[in-house]
Each structure stands twice: as structure tokens, then as C-alpha cells.
Write a protein that binds this ligand. Structure first.
Ligand code: ATP
Ligand code: MG
Length: 461
């Protein structure tokens, strides 16, 4: 079906859309961007390449962000020079990438990324050809063809990302009406939206990312095919999706990003188990994830570090209780049941998004801590307090409570326990007496009554 769809899009007109062969040129006085806002190193790379006779421009996110008064994350340069020619101009340059070569020019800690103008690989008509640069649905598999400046503008994703700034003359070259879209706050794909999403489904996530980050709308024609094409994300390599998902949730607008992902049906292909939990237990799941993302945004706004492990722990948590219950039904006690369920859920998630071990381990520890925090008698509370993962586990407990989960005041207990003196701590432990949940769960359980695992919906209590 998709193959047919893609073929139907191959009209001669399609290619010309939105791209001009001569760019609109904004002189120094016609835009607000000034040389002083730029990284000196980026400017020196452009200068050097231009002096050596090449075309060179600042391009992409840095031009877009500066026009919007946002400090750019980094500065990218596009040039007519090949990677080898670029390297020959700089002592501090390194060619990276095998499939598509880029040059990193190092200035202390700052890296200026220099890319040679690229073209979209021409579509071969024969899709059975092993050398074809696209698969049957039109996805681009190889895009390592050099091209002209116009080609380079055309192969970029959004109009707002295809502005070229000549730091020598102060002029901006606009091939795709990007300045118009910046002024109107629109995320618009260059060319035919359906075809551009089929070429690279990750562009759907990028559309969400820029809409959230810049507080832009997704232009109508660009938005239209997204829900229909969302399932194509399932074919994207899990390692690439991990990078994209981190960028989505760590750009400071995670809560809005989550809303947009849900609106456009893009959340389920990324987090299938969590999406199911959102259907089964919507209020709690939605609240928990939203709160975690709002916390993340707040921390980023305050310049505090955020750990992706906490984020993933929250995104997946609503999917955990059903799996824990299944393990308990198999006869496992609570803690091993939790561990087994966690292992299973993370393995399942990693098939979609390749979360590296350095994050999956702390995710499991945060969850594990949720089963242990109610068990406080004897020396247990003090041992937990010494656990390097205590803080994350405790924060996670508070998050669950904020989302409406009933824990019998466990969060308050732990807050107080951290604040009081040793003797008061001993008093608190004594007062737990036999009330402590989980102290001897097996004996106290009424026959037939199943213990609810941590994270179950409060409504069912
Ligand atoms: P950010 O500020 O988040 O880094 P950015 O626009 O610089 O935003 P990058 O991912 O760094 O985004 O990509 C740099 C540029 O490369 C983009 O502005 C865009 O022109 C181009 N680009 C990146 N990914 C794609 C893609 N999947 N398809 C087409 N063009 C892309
Ligand atoms: Mg960038």
C-alpha cells in the first residue's frame, strides 16, 4: 500500500514545491541577526573556507534560533568544500562518520560541525535494485551524495532549518520561505509532506520537537499525514530512536512534547507498553508521566542536571503493575516479581528504543526501591538511606504520590526520617510496630487477597 502511495507521489511537479532556484536574500539590515551573537569560532571557520575559495555558510538550528532570540546549542557550517578539502584548511579538524563524512573542527571544548553540501539521492525506479538508495516505501537508506547549495537546501527537513547565513556579508539566503515561516511560527516541511515523511519517518518526531521547543504550530499540510504515517516509526533502528527520544524529552519542553506525541499518535509506536497503560488506567498514568516531564522541564529551566533514567522510569512505570501481578500469580514474592517484571518490560522497550545499560540499570534500581521503601523495620530504613539510589527512589515515591497513589503517608514518613535526629529516627522505627507494610506480608495477608504491587492505580484501592 505504501509502495503504491509513494509511486503516486512521483509527479514531476512534486520536486519543485517550496524550493526556489534563486534564494530570497535578506541583507544585514533586513534581519535581526548580528555577527556579535555568533560563536567566534564558527565565524572563523566560515571566513577561512571563503578565503580559500569555497562557499560556506552557517546553517540550520543556529540561524533559526538566533532569528528567534534563542541561544543556539551549537553552530553548524555547510560548505562546497569536500571533507578532505575542509580538513586541509584546519589543523584542528577531524573527519568523522563513515557513511556520510563530516568534519569536526575543534576549538577547545567547542566543536564546529562542517558538512559538505548534500543532495537527496535520486530515486532509482527499480526498487529491486540492491543499490537503490530507498526502500519500497520511499525511505532513504543512503544520502551520501554531494550537491550544490540549492540541493542542500532542498534536502533539509523544515523551511525554518534551511536558512543560510553568510557571516562575511551578513546576508541570509532563504530558498524555502523559512523567514516567512519563522515570522508566522510555523513548522513546515520542504516539499511534499507525505513523501518527506516516507523518506525519513523520524522527521515526524522532529516536527514535534521543533513545535514544542519553539512554541510553533505544525503547518496544516505538514500535520495532515502524521497520524496515518506514525506506525512507520516502528521500522526505525532502535539506536536512532533512543537519540531522538532523548532530544525530544530533554529540550526543556517535555510536557508539551508528550501532549503533541499523544495528539499525533506518535507515542504508541515509541512506548507501546506505556501507551497501553495509558488506555487501561488513563488518569493515574497520564498524571504520573506529565508530572515527571514537568519536573524535568523545571530542572532544565533551573540549569539542574536531569537523568534520563528517571525519565524512562516514569514513562514506563504505569506499564509495570500488570506485569508484576502476572509474576506474583506465577508464585514469585513481591521483590523478585518486581525484578522479573522490570527486566521483561525493559527488554520489551529496548526492542523499540535502545536504552543503554548505563540507564536501564538505574531504572531498575529506582523501581526496586519502590518495593523496599515501605520496608523500614530494624536496620532497613538506615540501610536504604545509605543506598546511592535512595534519593532517586524517594523522589520517585513522591512523584507516585503526587500522581494520586495512596501509600499511607510513606513519602511524608521518609521526608521526616531524613530531617530528624538519630534518637527520633529510632522512635519512628519503634512506632512502626506491626503496622509496617511489607514487614511480614505473607503472614498478614488474608487468604485470597492479593497484595497490590507498588504503582497500582489508586482508584482500585
Ligand atoms: P537543534 O537546535 O535541536 O540542534 P537543529 O535544527 O540544529 O536543531 P539538528 O538535528 O542539529 O537540528 O540538525 C541540523 C540540521 O540538519 C537541521 O537544521 C536540518 O537542516 C538538517 N537535518 C537534520 N536532520 C534531518 C532530517 N532527518 N532530514 C532532513 N534534514 C535534516
Ligand atoms: Mg543542531
Amino acid at each position: 500500500m505504501l509502495k503504491k502511495l509513494f509511486k503516486s507521489l512521483r509527479s514531476p511537479l512534486r520536486r519543485a514545491q517550496h524550493i526556489r532556484s534563486t534564494p530570497e536574500v535578506l541583507t544585514d539590515h533586513q534581519h535581526s541577526l548580528s555577527r556579535g551573537q555568533l560563536s567566534r569560532n564558527a565565524v572563523s571557520v566560515v571566513d577561512r573556507l571563503q578565503k580559500a575559495g569555497y562557499q560556506a555558510y552557517l546553517v540550520g538550528g543556529c540561524v533559526r534560533d538566533l532569528m528567534l532570540g534563542i541561544t543556539p546549542k551549537d553552530f553548524d557550517v555547510a560548505t562546497s568544500a569536500t571533507p578532505e578539502q575542509v580538513r586541509a584548511e584546519f589543523r584542528n579538524a577531524r573527519v568523522i562518520g563513515r557513511r556520510f563524512k563530516l568534519v569536526h573542527v575543534h576549538f577547545g571544548r567547542e566543536i564546529i560541525e562542517v558538512a559538505t553540501f548534500r543532495a537527496n539521492h535520486p530515486e532509482g525506479d527499480d526498487e529491486d535494485d540492491n543499490l537503490s538508495s530507498r526502500n519500497a516505501s520511499g525511505r532513504i537508506l543512503r544520502d551520501n551524495v554531494y550537491g550544490t547549495l540549492e540541493d542542500d537546501a532542498q534536502r533539509r527537513d523544515f523551511t525554518i532549518n534551511a536558512l543560510y547565513y553568510d557571516s562575511g556579508t551578513g546576508r541570509i539566503l532563504d530558498y524555502a520561505k523559512g523567514v516567512h515561516d519563522i515570522r508566522n511560527q510555523l513548522v513546515r516541511l520542504i516539499g511534499n509532506p507525505e513523501q518527506r515523511f516516507l523518506e525519513d519517518p523520524v522527521r515526524m518526531l522532529r516536527a514535534i520537537r521543533f513545535a514544542a521547543k519553539l512554541d510553533f504550530d505544525i503547518e496544516r499540510h505538514t500535520a495532515e499525514p502524521i497520524e496515518r504515517l506514525a506506525p512507520m516509526l516502528r521500522d526505525i533502528p532502535a539506536a536512532r530512536l533512543f537519540d531522538e527520544v532523548l532530544k525530544l524529552f530533554l529540550a526543556g519542553q517535555a510536557e508539551r512534547t508528550f501532549e503533541l506525541l499523544l495528539d499525533y499518535d506518535l507515542f504508541a509506536p515509541l512506548f507501546p507498553a506505556a501507551a497501553e497503560a495509558l488506555e487501561d488506567n488513563p488518569d493515574y498514568s497520564y498524571e504520573l508521566i506529565s508530572l515527571a516531564l514537568a519536573n524535568t522541564d523545571e530542572r532544565i529551566a533551573q540549569g539542574k542536571p536531569v537523568t534520563p533514567a528517571f525519565l524512562f522510569a516514569a514513562l514506563l512505570w504505569p506499564a509495570l503493575p500488570a506485569r508484576v501481578l502476572a509474576q506474583q500469580d506465577r508464585g514469585l514474592p513481591p521483590i523478585p516479581a518486581m525484578q522479573e517484571a522490570a527486566h521483561e518490560l525493559i527488554a520489551e522497550q529496548c526492542r523499540r528504543i535502545a536504552i543503554p545499560k548505563r540507564f536501564t540499570l538505574p531504572i531498575k534500581e529506582i523501581w526496586d526501591m519502590q518495593e523496599r521503601l515501605p520496608r523500614r523495620s530494624g536496620k532497613r530504613a538506615d540501610l536504604l538511606l545509605e543506598n546511592p539510589r535512595f534519593r532517586a527512589g524517594y523522589d520517585f515515591l513522591l512523584l507516585r504520590e503526587s500522581a494520586g497513589e495512596q501509600t499511607g503517608g510513606l513519602g511524608d514518613w521518609w521526608t521526616r526520617y531524613q530531617e530528624v535526629s538519630d534518637s527520633e529516627r529510632r522512635e519512628m522505627i519503634r512506632n512502626l510496630g506491626s503496622r509496617e507494610e511489607g514487614a511480614a506480608p505473607r503472614k498478614r495477608r488474608r487468604s485470597g487477597a492479593r497484595r497490590k504491587p507498588a504503582g497500582s492505580a489508586p482508584a482500585a484501592e
